[in-house]
Structure formats: structure tokens, C-alpha cells
Design a binder for this molecule. Structure first.
Ligand SMILES: C[S@@+](CC[C@H](N)C(=O)[O-])C[C@H]1O[C@@H](n2cnc3c(N)ncnc32)[C@H](O)[C@@H]1O
Length: 253
């Protein structure tokens, strides 16, 4: 029998553990939508700029650079587990940058997914490039995919998206700022995603009461938005500190 969740209130469930073990305990074909913001494997010797100061790029041990074959094996393994738990009509969204997104795209196809869209999040306020030896990194990619099955009929709330976009068809380039300081008042996660990005994703591909899963919960952004929009949520995270931060965000009055 699976263990008790770390936290469970009002359709918001947090599981503490290694996603490779915990995903195997989720009921097959039970999830409507998965959003994953996996390790980008970009932490190392690099430098960046945060709040006007030079900082080293170190998000956490889980994000340290690794060999390309190891990285691809990692991505294929968790994506395969996600395929098993996703309903046949469900979809998966995965965010990344040049450090991991090419591996993610290939792993998706190798594990039986078909990419629907390649979303570009254009950051309105990216940090400057202090090396001055390359262009400013100002985008992230979010791949949206479905099972590559003839019978798979994925959900796309076309008219909701159109309405959100002044009644014009929404494009695959989304302008949005970095995560706002007001979203970090209960503590910081080094790679916390903006609420605005998750709102679009969840509104586009799910309906009320659908079950959403995030295999790399972090500070729980996916769950916070899911809950606000009356969807059910399961998040998996190996660091207690980040689960505690997610609970504080969830319990905000
Ligand atoms: C890029 S962050 C996700 C941030 C999240 N989207 C947010 O808005 O806060 C990835 C998270 O995955 C967690 N993680 C990495 N490897 C894991 C694993 N094998 N099992 C469970 N969690 C893992 C890390 O601790 C980190 O919090």
C-alpha cells in the first residue's frame, strides 16, 4: 500500500520522495494533465545577474551539469513514467532552455508522445548578459505534447485562449515577466515559475475538477494555480524545505 501523502487538503496533495519511485505508485492513466519543470542541468561555473548583483549560477545539487548521455537517460526515464500515468486524452507540458530542451523534445518522441506546440516564453525583464560574449538569454521553451495515438483526443480550450487574447487566436509566443517578488513572500525557490505562465497552461488544457500532476513540484506553483482554478493537484518533491514553502503558499488567506 502506498504511504500517506506529506500533505493533503482540498484536492491539493504533496508527496515527499524521489519522483522516479513515486510516479510508479500513481494509478496508470489517471492524470488529465502534467506540467513539469525538470532540472535544466545548467548549474556550474557560470555567472549571472540578480537584482543588479553578479551571482554564480547554482540552483541546487539537483541542477548540476551532467554528461549529455546521463541527462538524456534521466529525461527518457521520467517522461516514460509520465506516459504511463497520463490518460490517453491527456497532455504534458515541459519547460526548459537550450540546456535540456533538445533532449526533452527527443525523449518525448522516443517515449511515444507527439509535440503539439513549441511555446516560447519571452521574458519581458531578463537579467543582462554580464559576460558580454553572447546575446541576452531572454526566452524559455515550453513543449506541449499528447500521446501519439490515433484515438487520443487532447483538450484545447480554444475559445478561452482567444478571449484572453483580445478575441484573436493566441500565438505560441507568450510575453510575460519573471516571477514577481510578491509571489515569493513566503520564501524563495531558485527556479520558481511565474503564476501567469501556469494560468495560461492550465486554462488552455484542463477543465474544472481535472487532475493535474507535477513531478518536480518545487515551490508548488502548478498546484497553487490548479487549486485557484478549481482543479485537483498532485505534486512530487524530494526536498522538504520546498514542500513546506508550497504549504505556506497554499494556506495563504
Ligand atoms: C526546476 S525546479 C521546479 C520549480 C517549480 N516549477 C516552481 O515553480 O517552484 C525542480 C524541482 O525538482 C526537484 N527535484 C529534482 N529531482 C527530483 C527527483 N528525482 N524527485 C523529486 N524531486 C526532484 C528539485 O528539488 C526542485 O525543487
Amino acid at each position: 500500500m502506498s504511504k500517506k501523502p506529506y500533505y493533503e487538503v482540498d484536492g491539493f496533495k504533496l508527496i515527499h520522495g524521489d519522483t522516479f519511485k513515486e510516479l510508479k505508485k500513481i494509478e496508470p492513466k489517471s492524470i488529465d494533465m502534467i506540467f513539469a519543470d525538470p532540472p535544466y542541468f545548467l548549474s556550474g561555473d557560470g555567472i549571472s545577474c540578480s537584482a543588479g548583483k553578479m551571482v554564480s549560477v547554482k540552483k541546487g545539487e539537483w541542477d548540476e551539469k551532467i554528461d549529455i548521455n546521463e541527462k538524456h537517460k534521466f529525461n527518457r526515464k521520467w517522461i516514460k513514467l509520465c506516459y504511463n500515468i497520463l490518460k490517453d486524452d491527456g497532455t504534458i507540458w515541459i519547460s526548459g532552455t537550450m540546456h535540456n530542451i533538445y533532449s526533452i523534445g527527443m525523449a518525448l518522441e522516443q517515449e511515444g508522445f507527439k509535440i503539439i506546440n513549441n511555446i516560447t516564453w519571452r521574458k519581458l525583464n531578463p537579467p543582462p548578459n554580464i559576460s558580454c560574449r553572447a546575446f541576452v538569454h531572454s526566452t524559455e521553451t515550453i513543449l506541449w505534447a499528447k500521446k501519439d495515438l490515433k484515438k487520443a483526443k487532447h483538450k484545447f480550450n480554444y475559445s478561452v485562449m482567444k478571449e484572453l487574447n483580445d478575441n484573436k487566436q493566441m500565438k505560441d509566443v507568450w510575453d510575460s515577466s519573471l516571477t514577481k517578488p510578491s509571489e515569493k513572500k513566503y520564501g524563495k525557490h531558485p527556479t520558481q515559475k511565474p503564476i501567469a505562465i501556469l494560468e495560461k497552461i492550465i486554462l488552455a488544457s484542463t477543465d474544472e475538477n481535472d487532475l493535474i500532476l507535477d513531478p518536480f513540484n518545487g515551490s508548488g506553483t502548478t498546484g497553487i494555480v490548479a487549486n485557484k482554478l478549481n482543479r485537483r493537484y498532485i505534486g512530487i518533491e524530494k526536498e522538504i524545505e520546498y514542500l513546506e514553502l508550497s504549504i505556506k503558499r497554499k494556506e495563504e488567506k
